[in-house]
Design a protein around this ligand. Structure first.
Ligand SMILES: [Zn+2]
Length: 236
């Protein structure tokens, strides 16, 4: 499960990794907290119309990557808050789709190195995802009405945090980078220079790939919450 703030975050982020895992048999689901209704430069643009456009673009991109579906939580773009209401929304999604892994923006990233500020919604969505995964989703006493209505507690095993200043893992995405580029192109309303997308994505993925000896890679800070049972040492 990928949890993002805006339509297009999943494509600028971990799309090639998700495409690879889906190709290998995983089921992917995307949860988008806002519909990107403030993601334009024209103050006269109707935010509802923009949100509809961006949801359409996100669904098209998600289809290219291969997600089984997308949930939009319709939170306000630019004003996303890691509050209890958002946490409940995310716990509901996690307990419904029961993912082993949640991918989200690294909430520790306030600046991208010394090159820019990380959007407040990205930080809020990342923190909300972490707080929903642990402890809320696994604790049957958190939002007890969810468990009583059939959404049993669920333990996510790992977090894969993208846009991190402290990545600990790289995923070989040489086979699926083209899908990431195609999915990014679906976000036509957000691409000021669409002709540059291809080169830009290849360049950054090649830099990461060089560190592990592959053509292309994506980078993550991986947080292990539960060891996989089959990897854990056994008593017998
Ligand atoms: Zn964003």
């Amino acid at each position: 499960m990928v949890i993002t703030a805006h339509p297009d975050d999943a494509e600028f982020g971990p799309a090639a990794t998700c495409a690879r895992w889906i190709d290998e048999g995983s089921v992917g689901w995307l949860v988008c907290c806002t519909s990107g209704d403030a993601g334009g430069e024209d103050p006269d643009l109707d935010p509802l119309e923009l949100a509809a456009t961006r949801e359409r673009e996100q669904r098209a991109a998600a289809e290219i990557v291969g997600y089984a579906g997308v949930t939009f939580l319709h939170q306000p773009d630019g004003a996303l808050a890691n509050d209890l209401a958002l946490r409940e929304h995310l716990v509901r999604e996690i307990r419904t789709f029961r993912p082993d892994i949640v991918l989200a923006t690294d909430p520790d990233t306030l600046f991208y190195g010394n090159d820019g500020v990380n959007h407040t919604d990205h930080r809020a969505a990342g923190l909300a995802a972490v707080d929903a995964v642990y402890p809320a989703a696994r604790n049957p006493m958190a939002f007890p009405w969810l468990a009583r209505s059939g959404l049993a507690a669920h333990s996510v095993k790992r977090l894969y945090l993208f846009w991190s200043n402290a990545p600990t893992a790289r995923v070989d995405v040489s086979a699926t980078l083209d899908r990431k580029i195609a999915a990014l192109r679906a976000h036509a309303s957000q691409l000021k220079e669409p002709e540059k997308v291809d080169a830009w994505v290849r360049e950054s993925a090649a830099e990461r790939g060089a560190t592990i000896g592959t053509t292309y890679a994506e980078a993550f800070r991986v947080v292990i919450i539960d060891e996989d049972q089959d990897e854990a040492p056994s008593d017998d």
